[in-house]
Ligand binder design. Structure first.
Ligand SMILES: [Zn+2]
Length: 315
């Protein structure tokens, strides 16, 4: 991988993936893969294992509080979704003769699509989790309950925007998935990919003080992107990168002595404070300040998420 020197580290190699082993956690090796251009787990699960994990178990075992907490976060989360949709509308241009369309791959319980639908967008989701897909349908959204793969992709309608939020870190072949996703965007349309911004400078600063790399979560997170590796991947797939976005850099709490890792109560408290920060600016009529601040952080490679908006070129 460019920009990183790992000359002294052991090399991991498996199934065509090769690169220095930069971390080892839960018996998984993390490599900085030369071929893929991003960091990932060396021992990748099969498509069948992933299908089982996400069809039934994920929201039941791993995210049991997800829907309740998302409901609690709805007003705050809406800010980020509105920001994103408004940016898409600016980039695509508003044409009153027809509504814009969005395809959300891995749409979860459907909160993002609901906001898009409320703004007048034509929406469509794909979601492998039975519970999440049922929730989204309960909101009146059009959702295909399935993995998004070679079999299902052709049945999905083309859209002006293809949105993949917190998807690429979970799948064994993010390059293949992204290629399929790009295929469902109209030429000139947008692809928006959001992932955790891992191995970022603020995380490394926390780690330098002796903390473990808490952001590593195999087997749920198989891939670890940052702005540079995500942008590089999207460019290699022929996309024109337009914008980089992020959200509050949660590592600031850790650097200020609030060690919320593994402490759910403190974690919720820190989360409540970051929400208050975002909502305070909004209440003051200064949402533009929030967008400028996070835009500057994204350009510096910082912030909790790496979100890239790119265009599928007409050629
Ligand atoms: Zn690889």
């Amino acid at each position: 991988m460019s920009g990183l020197s790992h000359k002294s580290l052991a090399i991991g190699e498996r199934d065509g993936h090769r690169g220095p082993i930069i971390d080892r956690v839960n018996d998984y090796d993390i490599i900085a893969c030369d071929g893929c251009g991003f960091r990932h787990v060396l021992q990748l699960p099969s498509a069948e294992e992933l299908r089982e994990a996400y069809a039934e178990n994920y929201y039941r075992d791993e995210k049991p509080n997800y829907v309740a907490r998302a409901r609690e976060d709805a007003d705050w989360q809406r800010l980020a979704w509105e920001d994103r949709l408004s940016l898409f509308e600016d980039l695509l241009g508003r044409d009153a003769s027809r509504p814009l369309s969005v395809l959300d791959i891995g749409c979860g319980p459907g909160w993002f699509l609901k906001v898009a639908s409320d703004r007048g967008w034509t929406v469509q989701g794909v979601e492998p989790s039975r519970q999440a897909a049922a929730h989204a349908r309960g909101l009146g959204l059009k959702v295909i309950h399935s993995m998004f793969d070679e079999t299902t992709a052709p049945a999905v309608e083309h859209a002006d925007v293809v949105h993949l939020n917190n998807m690429l870190e979970h799948v064994a072949d993010p390059i293949g998935l992204l290629r399929l996703a790009i295929g469902r965007a109209w030429p000139g349309g947008l692809i928006c990919v959001g992932v955790p911004n891992d191995y970022n400078g603020l995380q490394e600063a926390v780690r330098a003080s002796g903390a473990p790399p808490w952001w590593l979560a195999p087997p749920h997170h198989l891939n670890y992107f940052d702005f540079a590796s995500l942008e590089g991947l999207m460019q290699r797939l022929g996309l024109e990168v337009l914008e980089a976005l992020t959200s509050f850099p949660m590592e600031l709490f850790l650097l200020m002595g609030e060690n919320y890792v593994g402490d759910d109560t403190l974690g919720r408290d820190c989360h409540a404070r970051r929400k208050r920060f975002d909502l305070s600016l909004e209440k003051a009529g200064l949402g533009a300040v929030r967008r400028k601040l996070y835009g500057a952080l994204a350009r510096a490679g910082l912030g909790r998420e790496a979100i890239i908006v790119a265009r599928k070129t007409l050629a």
